[in-house]
Write a protein that binds this ligand. Structure first.
Ligand code: ADP
Ligand code: MG
Length: 271
């Protein structure tokens, strides 16, 4: 039994409570004679409840890192623990299960099915979930997810009846419908204007406040400032990893945009 106040067993630099833990991870793509070293000896820990932005120029290894964290790919060297589980020890099916249960993905292109309603798009991943859930539960979860992203009133709309920002919110609802512990977003605002990006950040910040861990790739510093922590990458290495001193409040930013639109419409129209 552990006594209150007793020191917790903790090995320096090896935090057992981390949700995501990469230890000296490398990823080399076989290409040509030498291969492409997309990640070089990357170590990173993310705690449950964090909102982290990964920054870096194109080609710096951000997507490679996200694919590893999301169990879509495996390291060529090093170890990756997701929720304390050594991902290398899982077979193909177990990997698919853990991905389904623990991870939600959002991409730059919303990847919605065109001839399918918002609600059906959100329901889809649950169909592939290992835990068999009834159609009713599936539908309820999808409705709740749409509500969380502020789109309860758009459930019957098809993607072409929705704005870009709304489509991305449907994609976020789809990503959270399975109630994952971590939401991975690779350039989620890459196709959106600044104001719509701020709207997406209100969704991320409110989901994060509800306890979902978020890892978001962006190459925009302005967007990264909505997160609590910024990880800068270059040439497959982590260059800098630091907390954001005063994270932006998305609701305040959005209110600022709305005021600007009223007083100086020309200004607000600028990208
Ligand atoms: P980012 O997302 O930061 O733009 P990526 O992780 O996509 O960077 O790519 C990192 C490096 O790995 C780049 O040099 C890229 O060209 C290379 N790369 C990415 N995917 C592959 C692949 N499937 N095969 C070969 N090289 C790849
Ligand atoms: Mg990328």
């Amino acid at each position: 039994m552990k006594l209150p106040g007793a020191p917790t067993a903790r090995i320096e630099g090896n935090d057992m409570s981390a949700l995501i833990k990469l230890e000296h991870v490398s990823r080399t793509y076989p290409l040509g004679r030498t291969g492409v070293q997309a990640l070089r000896d990357v170590s990173l820990q993310i705690q449950p409840g964090e909102f982290v932005a990964i920054l870096g120029a194109s080609g710096s290894g951000k997507s490679t890192l996200m694919n590893l964290i999301g169990c879509l790919d495996r390291p060529t060297a090093g170890r990756y623990f997701l929720g304390g589980v050594d991902v290398a020890k899982l077979d193909h099916d177990q990997l698919a299960d853990i991905r389904n249960e623990k991870i939600g993905f959002v991409f730059q292109s919303f990847n919605l099915l065109a001839r399918t309603s918002a609600l059906q798009n959100v329901e889809l991943p649950a169909l592939y979930s290992a835990s068999r859930i009834s159609a009713r539960v599936r539908r309820n979860r999808a409705c709740e997810a749409l509500e969380l992203v502020g789109l309860a009133g758009r459930a019957d709309h098809h993607p072409n009846q929705l704005s870009g920002g709304e489509q991305q919110r449907v994609a976020i609802a789809r990503a959270i419908a399975n109630q994952p512990s971590v939401l991975l977003a690779d350039e989620p605002t890459g196709n959106l204007d600044s104001r719509t990006s701020a709207e997406i950040m209100t969704v991320f910040q409110s989901l994060n406040q509800r306890g979902i861990t978020i890892v978001m790739v962006t190459h925009e510093l302005d967007i990264a400032r909505f997160a609590q922590r910024n990880v800068f990458m270059r040439d497959g290495l982590i260059l800098k990893d630091a907390p954001v001193t005063a994270p932006l409040d998305s609701h305040e930013e959005l209110a600022r945009w709305k005021r600007a639109e009223q007083t100086e419409p020309q200004l607000a129209l600028r990208p």
